[in-house]
Design a protein around this ligand. Sequence first.
Ligand code: 6R9
Length: 670
Amino acid sequence: MTDTQPTHTSGSPSLENLLHETRSFPPSAEFAAQANAQPALYDDAKADRLEFWAEQARDLVSWHTPFTETLDWSGAPVARWFADGRLNAAYNAVDRHVEAGLGDRVALHFEGEPGDTRTVTYADLQREVSRAANALAALGVTAGDRVVIYLPMLVESVVAMLACARIGAPHSVVFGGFSADALRSRIADAQASLVITADGGYRRGAASALKPAVDEALAPREGEPETTVRHVLVVQRTDQEVAWTEGRDLWWHEALESADTFHEPVWVEAEHPLFILYTSGTTGKPKGILHTTGGYLTQAAYTHKNVFDLKPETDVYWCTADIGWVTGHSYVVYGPLLNGATQVIYEGTPDTPHRGRWWELVQKYNVSILYTAPTAIRTCMKWGEDIPARFDLSSLRVLGSVGEPINPEAWMWYRRVIGGDEAPIVDTWWQTETGAIMISPLPGVTATKPGSAQVPLPGIVAEVVDDEAHAVPNGGGGYLVLSEPWPSMLRGIWGDLERYRDTYWARFEGLYFAGDGAKKDEDGDIWLLGRVDDVMNVSGHRLSTTEIESALVSHDIVAEAAVVGASDETTGQAVVAFVILRGEHAHRASDAESAAQVQEELRAHVAKEIGPIAKPRKILVVAELPKTRSGKIMRRLLRDVAENRAVGDATTLADSSVMELIAAGLAAPS
Ligand code: 6R9
């Protein structure tokens, strides 16, 4: 493929900092000629949007009963797509490829952190998923029952999700890095009847335990209702000692051993729930985002095919996301498998046993499409480009980014060092709620710009609006909204329809409010600017300030807490907490040493309550917090402090001396 030189776009965006970026990389003629996506895709979608989606649904998904109706929006904001069709997600991801004679194609190249490997073909996957489905059924799990999956990145994790889908039991995957308490509240909210976990997994060169967190999450607690969980299936990964509850706990391998390899998929309605995935909102309570089957699968497959230009016969695809996040759902499990892709899944961290592990894997498996997050790219930048330079990365032909805005430096580094100055980068904007990619360049069609997700995909209608819901002109900024329903949109918040309306549909009449700030450049391309609510984005993971504040305040010594996301070179944002100690404990922060102790104690407490990723990078003990007269904490001012800036306008503070007090306190030993 020929190299493409950057050209400069017309017009100079008058927007601050990153919008001074004017480089643009048109696709090479060769890439464009072979691309799955052609410019006509936009025209087709514009000509008849609903018919366009119906075509995608018919082309990319196999229906047991074909649908006749495309969209029913009469119950807005709860959409029904392809509602009279019936299908099965696992059949679409696995069986139909085997039936098409592709059973020998590798579905998964699994690489364990210690270096153990496993190659799983589509035929293998069909046997495993069928067995697992029979095992779940034998445990009494039926269509509609919820199953919580709490696993590391293993072949069994993919099998478990598909087995649930095969019997019509919605799965709720809880990220393995979350604590027992986080797991407990999600199990309770979903009223799950089964948990699938492992003894442990390998992380940073050691076996780390998972099962104890499940035991703790299920233990009876005074004043709380008894758990709905009847069984725990345990995958044996590390051979660690595990506590065992007779009658409740079963080994995964034993349950599967005795199960039949044939299983007839349960054909469900298109609107049957496929999964619930919990994500942080602006209040402390995580939201169970509900996705259903037909529309979700359609958009997952469509985006995976066109945004990554997947050629299933020749490509090797690798998405580095964990199945605990939505990216792992749509772009490790459903999108790639529906499209019959061959992919790599990796259990461990990028720096174990060395900092070149990812690039070694790209070389080993000839990965051609890589999908990862800006925080990972920035970490690799920090480690130095001599590390990837030691490996042959010439197989890479498409690079993807997701999770947070990618800054132009990281984008350029990704393109040059990883993509050999050739591979197109697709910066994909979407959310747990949107289910699949919404805004992204199309490789081979779009001239890409470093730092911008650019354009809504064909079939998607997005806008940037001001406070009054008016579309802003090119060059202007405001809030990102989605103006038309899309197939993979959430169908609500589990058990809380009111919260669904309030969170997404109350801000602007008839428009989906994404919670992200955005600007349009002079070409009308969209630049995402981060969250406008109190949700932080740390290494591409959504964390709520409120949730961390409540975790801090639940510690005996803390009276009050305020949490902000301070910009951080590597992780995008870092959690910084300001705490006021209870009077009787105030002395504990009087010298540097004890303040450091307090900080460590509270960090550990947050890790226990929520999980290690929520641990504040810094905890500052203060005497007061800046509040408005109505009692709202002015996080903006705290962010100034956290980012070492001069403190901004503090005139709306109830007590204007507070910021001086905080600044003085920080100058003193901490
Ligand atoms: C897929 C995923 C969603 C939030 C979203 C936004 C941020 C994701 C982005 C991006 C700028 C991108 N986000 N992709 N911001 N450019 N390409 O990440 O889902 O975990 O629900 O987070 O992430 O702020 O609102 P989720």
